[in-house]
Design a protein around this ligand. Sequence first.
Ligand SMILES: NC(=O)c1ccc[n+]([C@@H]2O[C@H](COP(=O)([O-])OP(=O)(O)OC[C@H]3O[C@@H](n4cnc5c(N)ncnc54)[C@H](OP(=O)(O)O)[C@@H]3O)[C@@H](O)[C@H]2O)c1
Length: 162
Amino acid sequence: MIRLIAIVDLDFGLSKNRSIPWSFLEDRRLFYAKTKNSVLAMGKNTFLETEEMPLKERMHCVISSELSLKHNGGDLSAKFQPNVQIFRTLPEVCAKHGDFWLIGGAKLYNYALEKNLVDYALITQVHQRHNADTFLTYFHLEKFSRKILEKNDRYSVSEFLR
Ligand SMILES: NC(=O)c1ccc[n+]([C@@H]2O[C@H](COP(=O)([O-])OP(=O)(O)OC[C@H]3O[C@@H](n4cnc5c(N)ncnc54)[C@H](OP(=O)(O)O)[C@@H]3O)[C@@H](O)[C@H]2O)c1
């Protein structure tokens, strides 16, 4: 089962200037609790641009068509073994790990959504607009049944099952 986890703004924005200014502590806690001891799949940019990567107690499947983690002229692939594996495509991750969390970024989320590969989504939505520059463009609500898990003045947390 492919489970997507993300935090978005009211426009389903994912980030602005390559960061997520609307992220907050409760959401980070939810992310850590849900993904602990799990397999995570992510695009190369999300892995390289997230300072805390790799995370403890999680297996990381990083997707790159180049099968490498080149950054600032060097290849970081060897540095992160054994908790980081590199795959050329998302279907290759599916073949190796039946059950995993898809944690971003924009390119990988939208690829999986467009191909109808996402079975479940856990989405925190802040009740504000932030002029985002990347979006969950292919997240079509009519494809999922929604259950609101939490709602307050600032944000809501919903799960979506296809
Ligand atoms: N709001 C949220 O919950 C959330 C979560 C995570 C990230 N983000 C945001 O997302 C942004 C990063 O998104 P992004 O689109 O730049 O990066 P990304 O999806 O993390 O990484 C893009 C790279 O990953 C590889 N890739 C992605 N999809 C692929 C596919 N279907 N097949 C093969 N390779 C694939 C490619 O690497 P190669 O070029 O090597 O082929 C591609 O250049 C950041 O601004 C971050 O803040 C938001």
